[in-house]
Write a protein that binds this ligand. Structure first.
Ligand code: ADP
Length: 225
């Protein structure tokens, strides 16, 4: 399946994407993770992206689209993928459509994770992420690690993302409303959107997401991958 995941920062896209990608045997492609990996390894692309990310603004389209397409070109994405954090505005959505069309493929669904705004701020301000794997996510109140600062899953160091401070989170939410929400309507016009609530235990959200995606796959009829 070829899926796009949308939802505000703090909706749990990264957490859900990791589970869904595993269940569906497709790669999880997160532009946020790709940027962070470039920053860590000190590439030019990382240097270009860093200031935008730290402020909670979008990295310019010309940088982002090229990076996303390079990743989609890799062999493991040939039969399907779960895109997390891309596209993030209508220009990127159109670029993705052009890319897919030129490869003779199409999206199977757009999964929209819904979560109230006050919940988003609470989730993000207390969020701590593992340096080894961004899907290992903890929270200082809701999901404390057994040992402070250490990942339960792999022993990696937990850290707070620079863009997870309250002021930056507010900006990211604003950017989400202004830039990213319009792509939900864009995809609704293509009849691709399934919306689920992202509240409640992680496993419940994954179950709702899997059910919604399976319904979509069934609707697509026979022959759909
Ligand atoms: P979240 O969804 O929790 O805000 P991400 O890890 O997806 O976090 O993204 C972090 C930052 O990376 C964004 O605030 C933005 O600066 C940059 N970024 C990620 N994806 C894109 C994109 N498609 N276009 C522009 N900037 C992006």
């Amino acid at each position: 399946m070829r899926i796009v995941l949308v939802g505000p920062p703090g909706a749990g896209k990264g957490t859900q994407a990791a589970f869904l990608a595993k269940n569906l045997s497709i790669p999880h492609i997160s532009t946020g993770d790709l940027f962070r990996a470039n920053i860590t390894s000190g590439t030019d692309l990382g240097k270009q992206a860093k200031a935008y990310m730290d402020a909670g603004n979008l990295v310019p389209d010309e940088v982002t689209i090229g990076m996303a397409e390079d990743r989609l070109d890799q062999a493991d994405a040939a039969e399907g993928f779960l895109l997390d954090g891309f596209p993030r505005n209508e220009f990127q959505a159109r670029a993705l459509d052009a890319y897919l069309t030129s490869h003779g493929i199409a999206l199977d669904g757009v999964l929209d994770l819904e979560v109230p705004e006050d919940e988003v701020v609470k989730r993000i301000a207390g969020r701590r992420i593992c340096r080894n794997n961004s899907a290992h996510v903890f929270h200082i109140d809701y999901k404390q690690p057994k040992t402070e600062g250490v990942c339960d899953e792999c022993g990696g160091e937990l850290y707070q993302r620079v863009d997870d401070t309250e002021a930056t989170v507010r900006n990211r939410i604003e950017v989400y409303h202004r830039e990213t929400e319009p792509i939900i309507d864009y995809y609704k016009r293509q009849d691709l959107v399934v919306t689920i609530s992202a509240l409640g235990p992680v496993a419940d959200v994954t179950r709702r997401a899997m059910e919604a995606l399976e319904d979509r796959r069934d609707e697509d009829g026979e022959g759909a991958a």
